[in-house]
Design a protein around this ligand. Structure first.
Ligand code: PMP
Ligand code: GLN
Length: 385
């Protein structure tokens, strides 16, 4: 018997750039300042709560929408930080990471033939999911040099066919953020439309230089048509746990849960219990995160001073963009591979996040969620270029 011919549902999709680069990093024993994950541990107390609940017997299916304790802790956080009162029962859903939250939300909202607007550079999971449900991604580049929203193009792109807009601020990979005025402008633009919003806010607690994160959760009008996505992976230095959540009005949450229940059914119970305990014991945790990562950003930027890279402003997230046009004309993926193989430092090229990368653009992304020694080591290698 031979395998029947396979007609790929994702013909133009390969392995993610994060996996490709991390694999090369291992193969060439390079410092991994590429893929976005901390090379330090989640807080000890949080890890101890995992051990506790593992031994205490929380090892069977969690409720489909998440354990009530965690949903309540999330609802409290949203009320405390963004002033929005949400029902933990009907408006909060615990998911297996931000990725699953995004997938469930896109699948719940997008019908075949619908258009979905995303901004380039776009996090790599959005467009393949849109394609899988038969939607069409309309990709609008963020405007250089600030990577801000191109309001004219956005306004032109919204048609009767537009079902959904996906936004991601704090933005991976550029660190761009939105102001309250931006959200108001978005509300003006969407008011007369039937467009939903997915707001990917997984870096919500990493906004620097005294700016506040403008969550859709804090915007009364926009939150009525939005699914807000977050991830404990970023907040608790635990990207491998894959626990995230959505906050959305009850009617939207019902639809998201219809998909979530068949994507994974529910999310690891011990992790949910541990995170709920930690959130209750340490409501201050989120508030120190921005200062923690700002120190790392400043450290990296200081280390790179005097290099031939242009260090772009990094206003949020744990990513730093570097412009290497003074060093090389090579395309970004080629340069990133060269940096791993020859210089032992891993970066992520930006063009895989874009449909139509500007041909003159020479940008790579560094992750600074790393120990000081890793940052110094990476900078030392980059200074040689
Ligand atoms: N959205 C963005 C912008 C991300 O950078 C990531 C992961 N780093 C995710 C979603 C996915 O989050 P998770 O790892 O919890 O699935
Ligand atoms: N979000 C992480 C990043 O931007 C990677 C997540 C993944 O590898 N899927 O680096």
């Amino acid at each position: 018997m031979t395998t029947p011919p396979i007609i790929s549902r994702l013909p133009s999709v390969g392995t993610t750039i994060f996996t490709v680069m991390s694999r090369l990093a291992v193969e060439y024993n390079a410092l991994n300042t590429g893929q976005g994950f901390p090379d330090f541990e989640p807080p000890l107390e949080l890890r101890e709560r995992v051990s506790f609940h593992l031994a205490a017997g929380h090892n069977q299916y969690a409720p489909m929408s998440g354990i009530p304790e965690l949903r309540e802790a999330i609802a409290h956080k949203v009320a405390r930080l963004y002033g929005r009162k949400v029902s933990s029962e009907h408006e909060v859903t615990v998911t297996s990471g931000g990725t699953e939250a995004l997938t469930a939300s896109i699948q719940a909202l997008v019908h075949p033939g619908d258009e979905v607007i995303v901004f380039d550079p776009a996090y790599d999971s959005y467009c393949p999911i849109i394609e899988l449900v038969g939607g069409r991604a309309i990709r609008i580049p963020l405007l250089r040099p600030e990577f801000s929203i191109d309001w004219d193009r956005l306004s032109e792109a919204i048609t009767q066919r537009t079902r959904l807009l996906i936004i991601n601020f704090p933005h991976n990979p550029t660190g761009a953020i939105l102001s309250r005025e931006d959200l108001d402008r978005l509300a003006d633009l969407l008011r007369s439309t039937k467009v939903f919003v997915i707001s990917d806010e997984v870096y919500e607690h990493m906004v620097f230089d005294g700016h506040a994160h403008q969550s859709i959760n804090a915007h009364h009008e926009l939150s009525a048509r939005s699914v807000v996505v977050s991830s404990f992976g970023k907040t608790y230095h635990a990207t491998g746990w894959k626990v995230g959540y959505t906050v959305a009005p009850a009617a939207l949450t019902t639809e998201v849960r219809k998909v979530h229940q068949f994507l994974t059914f529910s999310t690891a119970s011990v992790l949910q219990y541990a995170i709920a305990d930690f959130m209750l014991a340490h409501p201050e945790w989120e508030e120190q995160l921005a200062a923690f990562y700002q120190t790392k950003r400043d450290r990296l930027q200081g280390l790179l001073r005097g290099s031939r890279f242009q260090v772009l402003p990094a206003r949020s997230t744990y990513f730093q963009l570097l412009d290497y046009s003074a060093i090389s004309d090579a395309p970004d993926t080629e340069l990133s591979i060269h940096l791993i193989k020859v210089h032992g430092v891993t970066t992520i090229p930006v063009s895989p996040f874009c449909e139509d990368p500007p041909s003159t653009e020479r940008l790579i992304r560094l992750c600074f969620a790393k120990q000081d020694a890793t940052l110094s080591g990476a900078a030392e290698r980059l200074l040689k270029l």
